[in-house]
Design a protein around this ligand. Sequence first.
Ligand code: CMC
Length: 392
Amino acid sequence: SGYITLDSGYKNTGATESAITFLDGEEGILRYRGYPIEQLAEQSSFIEVAYLLIYGKLPTVEELEVFTNEIKIHTLVNEDMRKILDGFPSTAHPMGILSALISSLTAFYPESLNPNQSKEEANLTIIRLMAKLPTIAAWSYKNSIGHPVNYPKNKLDYCSNFLHMMFAYPTEDYQIDPVVVKALNKLLILHADHEQNCSTSTVRLVGSANASLYSSVSAGISALWGPLHGGANQAVIEMLEQIKADGGDSKKFIAKAKDKDDPFRLMGFGHRVYKNFDPRATIIKKAADEVLTALGVKDPILDIAKELEEAALTDQYFVDRKLYPNVDFYSGIIYRALGIPTDMFTVMFALGRLPGWIAQWKEMREQKEPIGRPRQVYVGEKERNYIPMNER
Ligand code: CMC
C-alpha cells in the first residue's frame, strides 16, 4: 500500500492468471484451450466448444452426449418466469429482459447462492444456466413481437432448438435450414470467449465477492449491452442503415469518424487488444459472403460495409491508429440474413459468450481468487468543515 499505479481502463493491468483463452493482439492469434479459433470455427460445434471452455478438454463421444443430455433436461424455465416476462412492456430491449431474468434464476434456485456448493451442485448450476439462457433469450423476442412463446423441443440440438423457439409459429411447420444452423454454430463459437474483456472481467469481479453464477452472469450481460462492447453489433447495422439512407457515401462517414469534434465513431472498428487484425473478423467476413450466397439473400448493406472497410483501411487516420474491423463488423449482417432482428444481436452475442463467462467464473472460484477491489488516486477536496444550511 502507499504507492498506487494508475491504469485507467486497465489497459496494462493483468488481473488474473488464466488457462482458458490465448490472445496475441499483435499477431492476430486467438486460441481456446490451445486450439486455434480457425479450426474450431470450421470443424467444431458450439456445444463442443462450450464443453472445451468449461471443462478444459475436448469431450469424448460419451462426454459430449452426457453434457448434451444434461442440458436438455433443464431447458424448461419455471412457469412463474413467464409472469415476470409478462410485466415487461413489448418495447423493452431484450438485453434488459435477459439480464433481469437471469438474475431472477437465483430466486428459483436459491442453492446457487451458497458459495460452498459441492462440485456436483455447482455443475448443476452451470448446466441450468447453459440450458435456460436460450429459452429466456428466445422468449424475450417473442414478448417483443407479442407472440406466444415456444417451449423447447429437446430432440433438437442446442442451436436448432434455439432457432425453433425463436421462429416457429403455432400455426405453421417450421423447417430448420441446415445452412442457418451451421452459420449460427460458427458465430457462437467465434464469440464464445475472449479472455479478460469488459463483460468477462465484470463476471469475475462480481463472482469474486462470492455472488452466485446467475448474478455474476447477469452483471456480465449488462456490461455486454454497452455499444462500445457487445452492443456494437447492433450499432454497426444501425450505422450501415444510416449510411444507406443518407445516399451510401462511405467517405462522408469516414470523415465524420475522423473528426474529433464529432462523437461519431466507426462502429465495428478498432479493438483494445488487436492492433493488426481481428482473426474473428476474417472468418466472419468470409462466412458473411458464404451464408448470404447459400441463402440467396442480397443485402445492400453488405456492399456498403465492404466499401466502408476498404475506405477505412486505406485511410491514414485508421492506418496510424491501427484500427481494423472487429468481430462485430460483419456478424450483424449474417444475423440479419438468418432472420434475427437487430435488437436481438447483442443477445446472440450473450448466447455465444455464455460458456466463456461460465469457464472464467469457474476458474476464478477454483483458483480461490481474492475479492477484486481496485484502488484509486484521490483528486478531490482536502479536509473541510461542514457548513450549516443557512450559511451556504
Ligand atoms: N472510429 C474512429 N476512431 C476510433 C475508433 C473508431 N471506431 N476506435 C478508436 N478510434 C480512435 C480514438 O478516437 C483514438 O484516437 P486518438 O488517439 O486520436 O485520441 C484512438 O483511435 C485510440 O482509441 P481508444 O478509444 O483510445 O482505444 P480503446 O482501446 O480505448 O477502445 C474500442 C477500443 C473498441 C472501444 C474503440 O476502438 C471503439 O470505440 N470502437 C467502436 C466500437 C466497437 O466496435 N466496439 C466493439 C469492440 S470488439 C467486440 C467487443 O468487445 O464486444
